[in-house]
Design a protein around this ligand. Structure first.
Ligand code: SAM
Length: 414
C-alpha cells in the first residue's frame, strides 16, 4: 500500500511532539517552531473547540472537530492568516508549483470558452488565487477572456488574499473577478476545483469486533482525546454497507467517510445547467480507497512541509486532509444529473494538454529551463503527483468538452 504523501511526496513521519500544545513547544526539537503569536492563535482555537465540546455534552464528532479546526471564522486553519500554500507555508499545490499547470488547464477548456453562449467560469476553493490569475492571463493572451470569473470561497481571509494576488500581479484583470457567497442561480459554464474536496471535513469510523464505531473528540486534562461511540448516523451506515457489499473490511480498520463532498456535488447539480465540472484532487476509486490493507485510512496533516497523522497537533496552524473517494463522487454526480465524461491521472491530463510542448516553447536560459523541468517532474512522475492526483470531468448538456482525457481513460476503475 502506497503511504507516500501527495503533498510532499515523502512518507508520513510521526510528529516528535505529543498532542499537548504546551509540551510540544519544548519537545519539537527537529520540527519548525511556531512563534508566540501563532501559538497564542492555536490556544484561542483550542479554547473555542473546547467550549464547543462542552456545549455538546463532552464530545464532538471527528467531522465537527475537523470543521472547527479548519474553518472556525478568524481562527481555523483556512479561515486565518498563516501562509499555507507554497515554500513558505505548509504544503504546495499544483498551481503553486508551475505556471505550466494553469496553462494546460486554460487550454483544456479553451474549446468550450469559444463555443459557450455565456462564457462563465466558476472556481471553487481558490486558495492563494494564483490559479485564477494565471488562467485569466493565459486566456487574455489568447483573446478569449470569459465574461465572468466567479470565485466561491469559504474563507474570508483567503478571499482577501486572492484579491491581493490580482492587485499585485495583474490589476487590470481584477474587474473580471467576482467573489460569491453562494452558488449563482442558473449557472452555465465551466466549474473548476483544484484540491477542494480533500479540504472538506470527514467522519472517522473504526471497525472492531465486527461492529462499526464513529470516532468523536473529547477534551480531558488539557488535551484533545479520541473517543468512540456506536455508529448511529444513517448516511454513514448506508455508505459503509455499500463499501462492504463490494469488499468486506477486516477488524481494527480505521477509515474516513466524506459526506460533504457528495452533498457538494448534489448542490452543484441543482444550481448549474449546460456546464462542465473539472475536479482535480488526490484520491482513489472506492476499491482502492477502502482496500482491506489500507487499515489506517488516508487522513493526513501538514505543518511546514512535514506530513503526519495527528489531527490534534497545533489546531489552526496545520492542515488536515483526506483523500477523495472518486467512486463516491461519480455516484453522486450521476444522481445529480451529470455524466462522468472523463477520469484520468493528472500526468495524463497535463501531457495530453501539451505540458512538454509548453515547456519547450518558452525561450528560457539553462538555469530556468532546469528549474521548470524539475517542476514538470513533480507534477507528472508517478511517485510524485502524477498518478495519485486524478482529474474528473463531469458534464451536464455540453457538446464540446475539455481536452486531456483521451490518453488514458480510467473510468472503468470507478
Ligand atoms: C487545499 S486548499 C486548495 C486551494 C487551491 N485550489 C490550490 O489548489 O492551491 C482548499 C481550498 O478550498 C476552500 N474551501 C473548502 N471548502 C470549501 C467550500 N465548501 N466551498 C468553497 N471553498 C471551500 C478552502 O478555503 C481553500 O481555499
Amino acid at each position: 500500500m502506497n503511504t507516500a504523501d501527495p503533498k510532499t511526496g515523502r512518507n508520513a513521519t510521526q510528529p516528535p511532539f505529543p498532542r499537548r500544545l504546551r509540551q510540544s513547544q519544548s519537545q519539537a526539537s527537529d520540527w519548525p517552531e511556531s512563534d508566540a503569536v501563532a501559538q497564542q492563535h492555536s490556544l484561542s482555537l483550542i479554547e473555542a473547540i473546547r467550549e464547543q465540546i462542552a456545549a455538546a455534552g463532552g464530545a464532538l464528532s471527528f467531522h465537527d472537530y475537523m470543521q472547527a479546526a479548519l474553518y472556525t471564522p478568524g481562527l481555523g486553519y483556512y479561515a486565518a492568516g498563516s501562509s499555507k500554500f507554497g515554500a513558505a507555508g505548509d504544503f504546495v499545490t499544483a498551481p503553486e508549483i508551475s505556471p505550466l499547470f494553469a496553462w494546460c488547464l486554460a487550454d483544456a477548456v479553451l474549446p468550450l470558452l469559444k463555443t459557450l453562449p455565456q462564457q462563465s467560469v466558476l472556481e471553487a476553493g481558490a486558495g492563494s488565487g494564483i490559479l485564477a490569475a494565471r488562467l485569466l492571463q493565459r486566456w487574455q493572451e489568447q483573446e478569449c477572456l470569459p465574461q465572468h470569473y466567479y470565485i466561491l470561497e469559504l474563507s474570508a481571509d483567503l478571499r482577501e488574499r486572492q484579491r491581493r494576488q490580482f492587485e499585485i500581479h495583474c490589476p487590470s484583470l481584477l474587474p473580471n473577478v467576482q467573489w460569491l457567497d453562494a452558488w449563482p442561480e442558473d449557472f452555465e459554464g465551466i466549474v473548476l476545483a483544484n484540491e477542494l474536496l480533500d479540504a472538506m471535513p470527514v467522519h472517522r469510523v473504526h471497525k472492531r469486533e465486527g461492529r462499526w464505531y464513529e470516532q468523536t473528540v473529547g477534551f480531558e486534562q488539557d488535551a484533545f482525546i479520541t473517543q468512540e461511540q456506536p455508529l448511529s448516523d444513517t448516511l454513514l451506515q448506508q455508505q459503509l454497507a455499500q463499501i462492504e457489499a463490494e469488499q468486506p473490511l477486516p477488524d481494527d480498520y480505521l477509515t474516513e467517510i466524506n459526506l460533504n463532498a457528495g452533498q457538494w456535488i448534489r448542490t452543484l447539480g441543482e444550481n448549474i445547467h449546460q456546464s462542465v465540472v473539472l475536479l482535480l484532487d488526490y484520491g482513489y476509486p472506492r476499491s482502492e480507497y477502502y482496500h482491506p490493507q489500507r487499515q489506517r485510512g488516508t487522513l493526513m496533516c501538514h505543518y511546514r512541509h512535514r506530513a503526519h497523522d495527528d489531527p490534534f497537533v497545533y489546531p489552526g496552524l496545520q492542515d488536515i486532509t483526506a483523500h477523495v473517494d472518486f467512486t463516491d463522487i461519480a455516484d453522486n454526480a450521476l444522481a445529480a444529473g451529470f455524466g462522468v465524461a472523463g477520469y484520468t491521472t493528472q500526468a495524463h491530463f497535463l501531457l495530453d494538454n501539451g505540458l512538454l510542448q509548453k515547456l519547450e516553447q518558452q525561450s528560457l536560459d539553462e538555469a530556468e529551463y532546469q528549474r521548470q523541468v524539475s517542476q514538470v517532474r513533480q507534477l507528472t512522475l508517478p511517485q510524485e503527483m502524477g498518478e495519485i492526483f486524478k482529474v474528473m470531468l463531469l458534464n451536464k448538456g455540453c457538446q464540446v468538452l475539455p481536452t486531456g482525457f483521451s490518453g488514458r481513460d480510467l473510468r472503468h476503475q470507478l
